[in-house]
Design a protein around this ligand. Structure first.
Ligand SMILES: [Zn+2]
Length: 440
Protein backbone atom coordinates (compact mmCIF):
# COMPACT_ATOMS: atom_id res chain seq x y z
CA UNK A 1 0.00 0.00 0.00
CA UNK A 2 1.06 3.53 -0.80
CA UNK A 3 2.71 5.26 2.13
CA UNK A 4 0.70 8.41 1.65
CA UNK A 5 -2.58 6.48 1.83
CA UNK A 6 -1.29 4.75 4.94
CA UNK A 7 -0.57 8.00 6.80
CA UNK A 8 -3.77 9.59 5.55
CA UNK A 9 -5.72 6.69 7.01
CA UNK A 10 -4.04 7.08 10.39
CA UNK A 11 -4.67 10.80 10.34
CA UNK A 12 -8.37 10.32 9.57
CA UNK A 13 -8.77 7.65 12.27
CA UNK A 14 -7.06 9.91 14.79
CA UNK A 15 -9.20 12.90 13.91
CA UNK A 16 -12.42 10.87 14.14
CA UNK A 17 -11.35 9.41 17.46
CA UNK A 18 -10.08 12.70 18.87
CA UNK A 19 -13.44 14.39 18.61
CA UNK A 20 -15.28 11.59 20.37
CA UNK A 21 -12.93 10.76 23.20
CA UNK A 22 -11.00 13.71 24.59
CA UNK A 23 -12.21 13.94 28.19
CA UNK A 24 -8.79 13.71 29.79
CA UNK A 25 -6.80 16.64 28.45
CA UNK A 26 -4.19 17.54 31.12
CA UNK A 27 -5.60 14.95 33.56
CA UNK A 28 -2.79 13.54 35.66
CA UNK A 29 -1.78 10.13 36.92
CA UNK A 30 -0.35 10.76 40.37
CA UNK A 31 1.52 8.38 42.67
CA UNK A 32 0.80 8.86 46.37
CA UNK A 33 3.17 7.58 49.05
CA UNK A 34 1.12 7.25 52.25
CA UNK A 35 3.22 6.56 55.36
CA UNK A 36 0.81 6.95 58.28
CA UNK A 37 -2.56 5.54 59.35
CA UNK A 38 -3.94 9.07 59.01
CA UNK A 39 -2.92 9.08 55.33
CA UNK A 40 -4.68 5.76 54.84
CA UNK A 41 -7.88 6.94 56.54
CA UNK A 42 -7.89 10.09 54.42
CA UNK A 43 -7.47 8.06 51.20
CA UNK A 44 -10.11 5.52 52.22
CA UNK A 45 -12.54 8.38 52.73
CA UNK A 46 -11.70 9.73 49.28
CA UNK A 47 -12.34 6.32 47.72
CA UNK A 48 -15.64 5.84 49.60
CA UNK A 49 -17.16 9.28 49.32
CA UNK A 50 -15.74 10.99 46.23
CA UNK A 51 -15.45 10.13 42.57
CA UNK A 52 -11.63 10.30 42.65
CA UNK A 53 -10.40 7.56 40.35
CA UNK A 54 -8.09 5.10 42.13
CA UNK A 55 -6.06 3.04 39.65
CA UNK A 56 -4.46 0.85 42.32
CA UNK A 57 -5.71 -0.28 45.68
CA UNK A 58 -5.11 1.34 49.04
CA UNK A 59 -3.06 -1.33 50.79
CA UNK A 60 -1.54 0.38 53.81
CA UNK A 61 1.26 2.67 54.93
CA UNK A 62 4.36 2.63 52.69
CA UNK A 63 2.52 1.04 49.76
CA UNK A 64 2.23 3.51 46.87
CA UNK A 65 -1.14 4.19 45.25
CA UNK A 66 -1.83 5.58 41.78
CA UNK A 67 -4.77 7.95 41.29
CA UNK A 68 -6.12 9.67 38.20
CA UNK A 69 -6.91 13.31 38.96
CA UNK A 70 -9.00 15.42 36.59
CA UNK A 71 -7.27 18.57 35.31
CA UNK A 72 -9.79 20.90 36.96
CA UNK A 73 -9.49 19.17 40.36
CA UNK A 74 -5.72 18.90 40.42
CA UNK A 75 -4.91 22.09 42.37
CA UNK A 76 -7.53 21.34 44.98
CA UNK A 77 -6.14 17.83 45.58
CA UNK A 78 -2.56 19.06 45.66
CA UNK A 79 -3.40 21.46 48.48
CA UNK A 80 -5.13 18.63 50.37
CA UNK A 81 -2.07 16.36 49.95
CA UNK A 82 0.15 19.16 51.23
CA UNK A 83 -2.17 19.76 54.18
CA UNK A 84 -1.89 16.05 55.11
CA UNK A 85 1.88 16.02 54.39
CA UNK A 86 1.19 13.22 51.93
CA UNK A 87 4.11 12.84 49.50
CA UNK A 88 3.16 12.52 45.83
CA UNK A 89 4.68 12.62 42.36
CA UNK A 90 3.22 13.01 38.88
CA UNK A 91 3.63 9.82 36.79
CA UNK A 92 1.77 11.03 33.70
CA UNK A 93 1.34 14.75 33.11
CA UNK A 94 -1.30 14.49 30.39
CA UNK A 95 -3.34 11.29 30.23
CA UNK A 96 -5.01 12.41 27.02
CA UNK A 97 -1.69 12.27 25.25
CA UNK A 98 -1.21 8.63 26.32
CA UNK A 99 -4.75 7.85 25.15
CA UNK A 100 -4.15 9.60 21.81
CA UNK A 101 -0.88 7.69 21.32
CA UNK A 102 -2.69 4.42 21.96
CA UNK A 103 -5.31 5.31 19.34
CA UNK A 104 -2.64 6.10 16.76
CA UNK A 105 -0.87 2.83 17.45
CA UNK A 106 -4.15 0.90 17.17
CA UNK A 107 -5.01 2.64 13.90
CA UNK A 108 -1.58 1.76 12.49
CA UNK A 109 -1.88 -1.82 13.75
CA UNK A 110 -5.34 -2.12 12.21
CA UNK A 111 -4.04 -0.99 8.86
CA UNK A 112 -1.31 -3.63 8.92
CA UNK A 113 -3.85 -6.29 9.85
CA UNK A 114 -6.20 -5.10 7.13
CA UNK A 115 -3.43 -5.25 4.55
CA UNK A 116 -2.49 -8.76 5.70
CA UNK A 117 -6.06 -10.00 5.38
CA UNK A 118 -6.33 -8.49 1.88
CA UNK A 119 -3.10 -10.18 0.81
CA UNK A 120 -4.28 -13.50 2.23
CA UNK A 121 -7.67 -13.11 0.55
CA UNK A 122 -9.51 -13.17 3.91
CA UNK A 123 -12.83 -11.39 4.28
CA UNK A 124 -12.25 -10.38 7.91
CA UNK A 125 -9.45 -8.61 9.75
CA UNK A 126 -7.72 -10.78 12.37
CA UNK A 127 -8.43 -9.43 15.90
CA UNK A 128 -6.27 -11.87 17.87
CA UNK A 129 -3.74 -9.92 19.95
CA UNK A 130 -5.31 -6.47 19.61
CA UNK A 131 -7.96 -4.33 21.31
CA UNK A 132 -11.09 -5.02 19.26
CA UNK A 133 -14.64 -3.65 19.47
CA UNK A 134 -17.35 -5.68 21.21
CA UNK A 135 -19.06 -6.35 17.87
CA UNK A 136 -15.83 -7.64 16.35
CA UNK A 137 -15.24 -9.89 19.37
CA UNK A 138 -18.74 -11.32 19.07
CA UNK A 139 -18.25 -11.89 15.33
CA UNK A 140 -14.96 -13.62 16.14
CA UNK A 141 -16.56 -16.12 18.53
CA UNK A 142 -19.50 -16.64 16.16
CA UNK A 143 -17.04 -17.49 13.38
CA UNK A 144 -15.32 -20.02 15.65
CA UNK A 145 -18.71 -21.65 16.30
CA UNK A 146 -19.60 -21.67 12.59
CA UNK A 147 -16.30 -23.35 11.77
CA UNK A 148 -16.97 -26.22 14.20
CA UNK A 149 -20.62 -26.26 15.28
CA UNK A 150 -20.33 -29.76 16.78
CA UNK A 151 -17.94 -28.64 19.49
CA UNK A 152 -18.21 -24.87 19.74
CA UNK A 153 -21.27 -22.80 20.59
CA UNK A 154 -22.10 -19.18 21.24
CA UNK A 155 -24.51 -18.72 24.13
CA UNK A 156 -26.34 -15.51 24.96
CA UNK A 157 -26.52 -15.49 28.78
CA UNK A 158 -28.83 -12.44 28.76
CA UNK A 159 -28.67 -8.83 27.73
CA UNK A 160 -26.77 -5.95 29.30
CA UNK A 161 -28.38 -2.85 30.82
CA UNK A 162 -28.34 -1.12 27.41
CA UNK A 163 -29.61 -4.26 25.66
CA UNK A 164 -26.42 -5.73 24.23
CA UNK A 165 -26.49 -9.55 24.21
CA UNK A 166 -23.78 -10.88 26.53
CA UNK A 167 -22.38 -13.64 24.36
CA UNK A 168 -20.08 -16.32 25.70
CA UNK A 169 -18.46 -19.29 24.01
CA UNK A 170 -18.52 -22.95 25.02
CA UNK A 171 -15.87 -25.38 23.83
CA UNK A 172 -16.77 -29.04 24.31
CA UNK A 173 -14.60 -31.52 22.46
CA UNK A 174 -15.65 -34.47 24.61
CA UNK A 175 -19.46 -34.91 24.47
CA UNK A 176 -19.44 -37.11 27.58
CA UNK A 177 -17.55 -34.59 29.68
CA UNK A 178 -19.57 -33.63 32.76
CA UNK A 179 -17.20 -31.14 34.39
CA UNK A 180 -16.93 -27.46 33.52
CA UNK A 181 -14.61 -24.50 33.92
CA UNK A 182 -15.30 -20.76 33.45
CA UNK A 183 -13.06 -17.91 32.29
CA UNK A 184 -14.24 -14.29 32.08
CA UNK A 185 -12.76 -10.98 30.96
CA UNK A 186 -13.82 -7.38 30.67
CA UNK A 187 -15.93 -6.96 33.83
CA UNK A 188 -14.10 -3.64 34.29
CA UNK A 189 -14.51 -1.67 31.09
CA UNK A 190 -11.14 0.08 30.77
CA UNK A 191 -9.02 -3.05 31.32
CA UNK A 192 -8.66 -3.57 27.57
CA UNK A 193 -5.95 -6.19 27.81
CA UNK A 194 -8.46 -8.61 29.37
CA UNK A 195 -10.94 -9.08 26.47
CA UNK A 196 -7.86 -9.40 24.25
CA UNK A 197 -6.65 -12.19 26.56
CA UNK A 198 -9.97 -14.08 26.37
CA UNK A 199 -9.96 -13.80 22.56
CA UNK A 200 -6.40 -15.15 22.55
CA UNK A 201 -7.43 -18.08 24.80
CA UNK A 202 -10.36 -18.99 22.54
CA UNK A 203 -8.13 -18.90 19.48
CA UNK A 204 -5.21 -20.86 20.93
CA UNK A 205 -7.26 -23.46 22.82
CA UNK A 206 -9.09 -24.45 19.63
CA UNK A 207 -5.96 -24.30 17.49
CA UNK A 208 -3.83 -26.29 19.95
CA UNK A 209 -6.54 -28.94 20.42
CA UNK A 210 -6.87 -29.37 16.66
CA UNK A 211 -3.06 -29.58 16.39
CA UNK A 212 -3.03 -32.37 18.99
CA UNK A 213 -1.05 -30.37 21.51
CA UNK A 214 -0.99 -32.98 24.35
CA UNK A 215 -1.47 -30.62 27.33
CA UNK A 216 -4.44 -28.88 25.71
CA UNK A 217 -6.00 -32.13 24.43
CA UNK A 218 -5.80 -33.50 27.96
CA UNK A 219 -7.59 -30.47 29.43
CA UNK A 220 -10.27 -30.14 26.77
CA UNK A 221 -11.08 -33.85 26.84
CA UNK A 222 -11.77 -33.47 30.54
CA UNK A 223 -13.62 -30.15 30.71
CA UNK A 224 -16.14 -28.14 28.81
CA UNK A 225 -14.75 -24.60 28.82
CA UNK A 226 -16.97 -21.53 28.99
CA UNK A 227 -15.29 -18.26 28.05
CA UNK A 228 -16.96 -14.86 28.48
CA UNK A 229 -14.76 -12.37 26.60
CA UNK A 230 -16.61 -9.19 27.67
CA UNK A 231 -18.80 -9.32 30.80
CA UNK A 232 -19.51 -5.57 30.72
CA UNK A 233 -20.16 -4.80 27.04
CA UNK A 234 -21.86 -1.41 27.66
CA UNK A 235 -18.93 -0.14 29.69
CA UNK A 236 -16.44 -1.57 27.20
CA UNK A 237 -18.09 0.12 24.23
CA UNK A 238 -18.30 3.36 26.23
CA UNK A 239 -14.51 3.24 26.73
CA UNK A 240 -14.13 2.97 22.95
CA UNK A 241 -16.51 5.76 21.99
CA UNK A 242 -16.69 8.19 24.92
CA UNK A 243 -14.37 7.71 27.87
CA UNK A 244 -11.29 5.45 27.64
CA UNK A 245 -11.01 5.39 31.44
CA UNK A 246 -14.55 4.21 32.29
CA UNK A 247 -14.66 1.29 34.77
CA UNK A 248 -18.26 0.49 35.79
CA UNK A 249 -21.38 -0.56 33.87
CA UNK A 250 -23.68 2.10 32.37
CA UNK A 251 -26.67 2.19 34.72
CA UNK A 252 -28.01 5.68 35.37
CA UNK A 253 -27.90 5.94 39.16
CA UNK A 254 -30.23 8.95 39.10
CA UNK A 255 -27.98 10.65 41.60
CA UNK A 256 -25.88 13.74 40.83
CA UNK A 257 -25.72 12.61 37.22
CA UNK A 258 -23.53 9.67 38.23
CA UNK A 259 -23.59 6.51 36.16
CA UNK A 260 -22.45 3.00 36.74
CA UNK A 261 -22.12 0.19 39.27
CA UNK A 262 -18.82 -1.59 39.91
CA UNK A 263 -19.92 -5.06 38.80
CA UNK A 264 -17.07 -6.65 40.74
CA UNK A 265 -18.59 -5.32 43.99
CA UNK A 266 -22.13 -6.39 43.10
CA UNK A 267 -21.99 -10.19 43.56
CA UNK A 268 -24.23 -11.87 46.16
CA UNK A 269 -21.58 -12.74 48.73
CA UNK A 270 -21.00 -10.62 51.86
CA UNK A 271 -22.21 -7.75 49.71
CA UNK A 272 -21.12 -4.25 50.82
CA UNK A 273 -19.31 -5.46 53.92
CA UNK A 274 -16.09 -3.59 53.11
CA UNK A 275 -14.03 -2.22 50.27
CA UNK A 276 -17.11 -1.19 48.32
CA UNK A 277 -18.88 2.16 48.33
CA UNK A 278 -22.57 2.98 48.68
CA UNK A 279 -21.94 6.40 47.09
CA UNK A 280 -23.29 6.22 43.53
CA UNK A 281 -20.49 8.40 42.11
CA UNK A 282 -17.67 6.26 43.54
CA UNK A 283 -15.66 4.02 41.22
CA UNK A 284 -16.34 1.14 43.64
CA UNK A 285 -20.11 1.71 43.99
CA UNK A 286 -21.53 -1.74 44.79
CA UNK A 287 -25.08 -1.05 43.54
CA UNK A 288 -28.41 -0.62 45.34
CA UNK A 289 -28.47 -4.28 46.44
CA UNK A 290 -26.52 -7.49 45.86
CA UNK A 291 -26.89 -8.53 42.20
CA UNK A 292 -28.90 -5.38 41.45
CA UNK A 293 -27.27 -5.32 38.00
CA UNK A 294 -28.54 -7.33 35.05
CA UNK A 295 -24.96 -8.15 34.02
CA UNK A 296 -24.39 -9.75 37.45
CA UNK A 297 -27.74 -11.57 37.37
CA UNK A 298 -26.96 -13.12 33.97
CA UNK A 299 -23.67 -14.59 35.19
CA UNK A 300 -25.15 -15.73 38.52
CA UNK A 301 -28.09 -17.44 36.80
CA UNK A 302 -25.92 -19.16 34.20
CA UNK A 303 -23.41 -20.53 36.68
CA UNK A 304 -26.06 -21.43 39.28
CA UNK A 305 -27.89 -23.54 36.71
CA UNK A 306 -24.79 -25.74 36.49
CA UNK A 307 -23.88 -25.57 40.18
CA UNK A 308 -21.90 -28.63 41.26
CA UNK A 309 -20.26 -29.11 37.86
CA UNK A 310 -17.69 -26.30 38.09
CA UNK A 311 -14.09 -27.03 38.98
CA UNK A 312 -12.50 -23.64 38.25
CA UNK A 313 -13.51 -19.99 37.97
CA UNK A 314 -11.06 -17.43 36.57
CA UNK A 315 -11.68 -13.72 36.15
CA UNK A 316 -9.13 -11.58 34.30
CA UNK A 317 -8.44 -8.01 35.37
CA UNK A 318 -5.67 -5.46 35.02
CA UNK A 319 -3.39 -4.27 36.41
CA UNK A 320 -0.83 -5.31 39.03
CA UNK A 321 0.71 -8.69 38.07
CA UNK A 322 -1.13 -10.45 40.85
CA UNK A 323 -2.70 -13.92 41.10
CA UNK A 324 -5.47 -13.31 43.60
CA UNK A 325 -7.36 -15.95 45.59
CA UNK A 326 -10.31 -15.87 47.98
CA UNK A 327 -11.08 -14.16 50.23
CA UNK A 328 -11.55 -10.50 49.46
CA UNK A 329 -14.20 -9.94 52.14
CA UNK A 330 -12.00 -10.85 55.11
CA UNK A 331 -8.52 -11.82 56.20
CA UNK A 332 -9.27 -15.54 56.67
CA UNK A 333 -7.93 -18.17 54.28
CA UNK A 334 -10.08 -20.70 52.41
CA UNK A 335 -9.76 -24.33 53.59
CA UNK A 336 -7.90 -25.47 50.45
CA UNK A 337 -5.74 -22.33 50.29
CA UNK A 338 -2.44 -24.23 50.02
CA UNK A 339 -3.72 -26.28 47.08
CA UNK A 340 -4.90 -23.13 45.31
CA UNK A 341 -1.51 -21.50 45.90
CA UNK A 342 0.29 -24.61 44.57
CA UNK A 343 -1.75 -24.54 41.35
CA UNK A 344 -1.28 -20.79 40.95
CA UNK A 345 2.46 -21.30 41.45
CA UNK A 346 2.50 -23.69 38.47
CA UNK A 347 0.92 -20.93 36.44
CA UNK A 348 3.29 -18.18 37.52
CA UNK A 349 6.31 -20.51 37.06
CA UNK A 350 5.23 -21.22 33.49
CA UNK A 351 4.89 -17.48 32.84
CA UNK A 352 8.44 -16.99 34.14
CA UNK A 353 9.71 -19.52 31.61
CA UNK A 354 8.20 -17.46 28.79
CA UNK A 355 9.22 -14.10 30.25
CA UNK A 356 11.85 -14.18 33.00
CA UNK A 357 11.15 -10.58 33.98
CA UNK A 358 7.46 -11.20 34.65
CA UNK A 359 6.94 -11.70 38.38
CA UNK A 360 3.43 -12.32 39.70
CA UNK A 361 2.52 -12.16 43.38
CA UNK A 362 0.16 -14.88 44.67
CA UNK A 363 -2.14 -14.41 47.67
CA UNK A 364 -5.65 -13.65 48.88
CA UNK A 365 -7.27 -10.41 47.76
CA UNK A 366 -7.55 -9.17 51.36
CA UNK A 367 -3.97 -10.01 52.25
CA UNK A 368 -2.19 -8.94 49.07
CA UNK A 369 -4.39 -5.88 48.48
CA UNK A 370 -7.16 -4.80 50.78
CA UNK A 371 -10.69 -5.81 51.77
CA UNK A 372 -13.00 -5.92 48.72
CA UNK A 373 -16.44 -7.47 49.22
CA UNK A 374 -18.97 -8.66 46.63
CA UNK A 375 -16.38 -9.86 44.11
CA UNK A 376 -16.71 -12.75 41.66
CA UNK A 377 -13.82 -14.65 43.28
CA UNK A 378 -15.52 -14.90 46.69
CA UNK A 379 -18.91 -15.62 45.17
CA UNK A 380 -17.52 -18.43 43.00
CA UNK A 381 -15.72 -19.99 45.96
CA UNK A 382 -18.32 -19.59 48.74
CA UNK A 383 -21.53 -19.21 46.78
CA UNK A 384 -20.89 -21.85 44.12
CA UNK A 385 -18.43 -24.10 45.97
CA UNK A 386 -15.92 -23.92 43.11
CA UNK A 387 -12.67 -25.20 44.64
CA UNK A 388 -10.36 -23.17 42.39
CA UNK A 389 -11.39 -19.54 42.12
CA UNK A 390 -9.02 -16.75 41.16
CA UNK A 391 -8.48 -13.37 39.60
CA UNK A 392 -5.40 -12.61 37.56
CA UNK A 393 -4.39 -8.95 37.46
CA UNK A 394 -2.45 -8.75 34.20
CA UNK A 395 0.59 -6.45 33.63
CA UNK A 396 1.92 -3.91 34.27
CA UNK A 397 3.01 -4.08 37.92
CA UNK A 398 1.77 -1.66 40.56
CA UNK A 399 5.23 -0.24 41.06
CA UNK A 400 7.59 1.31 38.54
CA UNK A 401 6.52 3.74 35.90
CA UNK A 402 3.74 2.68 33.57
CA UNK A 403 0.61 3.86 31.87
CA UNK A 404 -1.51 1.56 34.02
CA UNK A 405 -4.65 0.49 32.18
CA UNK A 406 -3.35 1.87 28.91
CA UNK A 407 -1.05 -1.05 28.17
CA UNK A 408 0.68 -0.19 24.88
CA UNK A 409 -0.95 -2.23 22.07
CA UNK A 410 2.40 -3.66 20.93
CA UNK A 411 2.72 -5.38 24.33
CA UNK A 412 -0.70 -7.04 24.09
CA UNK A 413 0.28 -10.22 22.17
CA UNK A 414 3.13 -10.96 24.60
CA UNK A 415 0.94 -10.47 27.66
CA UNK A 416 -1.86 -12.61 26.16
CA UNK A 417 0.57 -15.39 25.28
CA UNK A 418 2.10 -15.43 28.77
CA UNK A 419 -1.37 -15.54 30.35
CA UNK A 420 -2.36 -18.45 28.10
CA UNK A 421 0.77 -20.46 28.91
CA UNK A 422 0.23 -19.74 32.62
CA UNK A 423 -3.40 -20.86 32.44
CA UNK A 424 -2.52 -24.16 30.75
CA UNK A 425 0.05 -25.01 33.44
CA UNK A 426 -2.34 -23.93 36.21
CA UNK A 427 -5.23 -25.94 34.74
CA UNK A 428 -3.08 -29.08 34.42
CA UNK A 429 -2.48 -28.92 38.17
CA UNK A 430 -6.16 -28.17 38.90
CA UNK A 431 -7.18 -31.15 36.77
CA UNK A 432 -4.77 -33.46 38.62
CA UNK A 433 -6.23 -32.34 41.92
CA UNK A 434 -9.94 -32.40 41.08
CA UNK A 435 -9.81 -35.70 39.19
CA UNK A 436 -7.92 -37.26 42.11
CA UNK A 437 -10.60 -36.00 44.52
CA UNK A 438 -13.46 -37.20 42.29
CA UNK A 439 -11.92 -40.63 41.86
CA UNK A 440 -11.66 -40.98 45.57
ZN1 LIG B 1 -10.57 -4.88 37.33
Amino acid sequence: MNRLVFFFFILISTVIYSKANRLHVHDKLVRLEPSTDEHIRYLQNLEQYTSLDFWTEIIGPNKPIDVHIKANEYDQYVSQFQEYSLPFSVLVDDLQKIIDDEQQQLAADYLIRQTKSLLLGQTKVDIVGTYASYDDIVTFIQDKAKADPTHINVINIGNSHEGRPINILSIQFNPSSTRNIWIDCGIHAREWITPATCVWMVDKLIQDYNNNEPAVVDLLNYWTVYIAPVLNPDGYQFTRTNDRLWRKNRRNNNYLGCYGVDLNRNYPIKWMTGGASNFACSETYGGSSAQSEIETQNVVNFLNAKKGTWDMYMSFHSYGQLWLLPYGYGNSFPPNYQKQVAAAQKGTDAIKVVNASRTYTIGTIANVLYIASGSTVDWAYDGLDIPYSATIELPPTQSGSSNGFILPPEQAPGVCHEAYVGMIAFLAEVKNEVSRTLNG
